[in-house]
Design a protein around this ligand. Structure first.
Ligand code: DQA
Length: 138
């Protein structure tokens, strides 16, 4: 099984950025733990701050991989282009957020991508990614 974890804008700053909201662990420290826990899953990881690059990466992987776990960051709340991309792909996409977007500012409550994702997991810190992986394994 091959899956992609794709992080969007500012998520390269995990561990440094607003630790009270996103925690103090970087994604690079978290990823080996996830890979260790799921040795049978081939987990590729990519991050980009650029909307078009996220689309390019999803187009490259979304027809051959078994699933994509996507944290689109703030593009979640703004991007019709990501919505259109996700609905064109063959593999399931799970929307993930580290924070509980529904308990924060009003503008974070709307997602352009939720309607075209298989499901949404938010609010469990970095464990949101593992829960999404579990969902893909079902
Ligand atoms: C986020 C929530 C978004 O609203 C925010 O813009 C992010 C991170 C999360 O993982 O909680 O960049 O996607």
């Amino acid at each position: 099984m091959k899956i992609l974890i794709l992080n969007g804008p500012n998520l390269n700053l995990l561990g440094v950025r607003e630790p009270g909201i996103y925690g103090s662990c970087s994604f690079d420290s978290y990823l080996p733990l996830l890979r260790e826990r799921y040795p049978a899953v081939d987990i590729e990881y990519r991050q980009s701050n650029i909307e078009g690059e996220l689309i390019n990466i999803m187009q490259e992987t979304g027809f051959s991989y078994d699933g994509i776990i996507l944290n689109a960051g703030a593009y979640t709340h703004t991007s019709i282009a990501l919505h259109d991309c996700i609905r064109s792909l063959k593999c399931p996409v799970i929307e993930v957020h580290i924070s509980n977007v529904h308990s924060r500012e009003e503008f974070r409550r709307h997602s352009y991508i939720s309607p075209v994702c298989k499901g949404v997991i938010c609010g469990f810190g970095l464990d949101s990614y593992r829960l999404a992986l579990e969902a893909l394994l079902c």
